[in-house]
Design a protein around this ligand. Sequence first.
Ligand code: APR
Length: 185
Amino acid sequence: MVRVSLWWGIAFAVNPRIEVVQGDIVAVEVDAVVNAANPALRGGGGVDGAIHRAAGPALAEAASAFAPLAAGEAVATPAFALEPRIRWVIHTVGPVWRGGGEGEPELLRECYRNSLAVAEELGCRSVAFPAISTGIYGYPAVRAAEIAVDSVASHDGAAEWVVLCAFDAATAALYRNRLAGRERS
Ligand code: APR
């Protein structure tokens, strides 16, 4: 049994292809979208509001069963009205930016790592991320883009395709620059 699971792991551990798209995350066609939630998991503004509006009220009911969710953690619910195009919503809570000395970078990395791990446990091959923490939670966009790209690019798992969904052109450019920088080095 040990050998079987070892080979299984090797056969399906890949570095995902990373694609940058600009626009509304609920329009992306992937197995799972990640939501930049708050600990109560009942919806809010920003991307959280957009996902809850599109998925319908059942999303808040299902997600809030996991509350309170700590920063860096991730949980999954069905995607309700977003199905069958999107099957799962992965809810993660990004760190609130407090100057960078309170573990914010590591917590943000954990959001990406844990969300991918949860998606993979569900058999997802494609996952879309918003720019977690860079809106209401105030994380500086450049630093957050570096963490997003580096966390996803260094991930070895079953996810084959990861979309970094930027809402604005400036964030999309940050992602593309970081990806290009990694390819050059
Ligand atoms: N699709 C993709 N990205 C979006 C969308 C959307 N529909 N709407 C907003 N964004 C982008 C923002 O431009 C920002 O770059 O998502 C990024 C994250 O911003 P927020 O949604 O404000 O998330 P965050 O900074 O993590 O703050 C979380 O906001 O609404 C609340 O309930 C949420 O309290 C939590 C807090």
